[in-house]
Design a protein around this ligand. Structure first.
Ligand SMILES: *[C@@H]1O[C@H](CO)[C@@H](O)[C@H](O)[C@H]1NC(C)=O
Length: 382
């Protein structure tokens, strides 16, 4: 046996496998991101976080809830795609071009292109605030920010969107009846969708089966075997809650004639710890949801109304955040503890990547480096 594995051919094949692995993992890298929330007093320095993500995980997308300069600098030359966020309270001012220009000058220009900023989110779940000024300013703010990006020729690389809670739907069950809340549909969502279509940006939503499930629907929320939910209108059966939520959004988009707009999952997740006696919350269940979530959104199966699609998905969250208010679960959505050990394992930390990182620089030049190495290996063998 030893002899076979020691032949040059075996070495070549082994080297080939190692070198080609990144190609097969590309799917994960393009699809799965994390929300890097920082409501905590015990998180590691951003530089450490950025190199940890780059060298030891498959995650190649992060979303920030602000435009923290230290974090933006930390992700420079990592190749990781970064999404930044304008906080809700700046939205009214952002409708003024001078303010939008200034925001871009302070929060974007100093960091690009070294930091791969690919998206700016204007606010978060703005409609959930019920704040009229914020809501009426949302689309004008996005348009003004877009104008500021165009002036700096940043609009080809950086797209603008805004994430929504599912409360924007007045109807969601069964999924074919999904529609946006009356009033908001025409006055906010329609102009928003027109903007997204014109700028080739996705519609972003924050679906949380965790918050919508009870003891009875836990299996449905967790992608476990269950009787499913039948939609009479479409004659389609839903076997998991996420599909039903995505298709309710799709139906609402379709009703306004925007079914061509890409849907991105800006946040979803499951806590690993809850208050005493809280059902459906532990590390095993959190791991189960996030693992099956990744498999499902990457599989290319899609949903009953959107077959054969993958969904760019950002897991909430990168870290447990000890300063978040509210029930215990709010502080325990993290994939990692502050010391960067996994809270549970869902296969996003890769030992091979961790090892390889010690020897090679994982940047955009990676595939070229791999090709050169491959050539070198071939030369050595023959
Ligand atoms: C989805 O993929 C299946 C299998 O490849 C194919 O039969 C079907 O036509 C596709 N559907 C759409 C809407 O592309």
């Amino acid at each position: 046996m030893d002899k076979v594995f020691n032949t040059p051919l075996a070495h070549l094949l082994g080297a080939l496998l190692v070198l080609l692995a990144p190609i097969f993992l590309q799917g994960v890298e393009g699809t799965i991101g994390v929300n890097y929330g920082t409501v905590a007093d015990d998180l590691p320095p951003p530089v450490q976080v950025a190199s940890f993500l780059r060298d030891s995980t498959f995650i190649r997308r992060v979303r920030l809830f602000d435009a923290n300069p230290e974090i933006l600098k930390a992700f420079a030359r990592t190749g990781i795609s970064v999404t930044v966020n304008v906080p809700n309270d700046l939205i009214p001012q952002l409708t003024m071009l001078s303010f939008a220009q200034q925001w871009v000058e302070i929060n974007v220009l100093p960091y690009v292109p070294a930091t791969n900023i690919v998206r700016i989110l204007v606010g978060n779940e703005v409609i959930s605030t019920a704040n009229k000024l914020l809501i009426v300013s949302l689309v004008p703010a996005m348009e003004t920010l877009q104008a500021a990006l165009v002036e700096k020729s940043l609009d080809r690389h950086i797209r603008i969107s805004t994430p929504h809670f599912l409360g924007i739907l007045s109807n969601s069950s069964p999924p074919s009846t999904g529609k946006f809340r009356p009033g908001y549909d025409i006055h906010v969502l329609k102009p928003l969708l027109e903007f997204l279509r014109a700028t080739n940006s996705p519609f972003m939503i924050n679906p949380y089966p965790f918050f919508d499930s009870s003891d009875n629907t836990l299996d449905y929320a967790l992608f476990r075997p269950n009787p499913g939910v039948f939609d009479e209108t479409t004659q389609l059966t839903y076997t998991n809650m996420l599909d039903a939520q995505l298709d309710a959004v799709f139906s609402a988009l379709k009703l306004l004639d925007f079914e061509d707009i890409e849907i991105v999952i800006a946040e979803t997740g499951w806590p690993s710890r809850g208050d005493p006696g809280q059902a459906g919350v532990d590390t095993g269940i959190a791991a189960e949801y996030n693992k099956k979530l990744i498999q499902h959104v990457m599989s290319g199966i899609g949903t009953p109304l959107m077959p054969n699609r993958t969904f760019e998905t950002y897991i909430f969250a990168l870290f447990n955040e000890d300063l978040k208010p509210g029930p215990t679960c709010e502080r325990n959505f993290g994939l990692f503890k502050p010391d960067m050990t996994p809270v549970y394992d869902i296969g996003i930390v890769h030992p091979r990547v961790a090892n390889a990182a010690a020897n090679t620089d994982h940047s955009h030049t990676n595939s070229r480096t791999n090709l050169l190495l491959l050539l070198l290996v071939c030369l050595m063998c023959f």
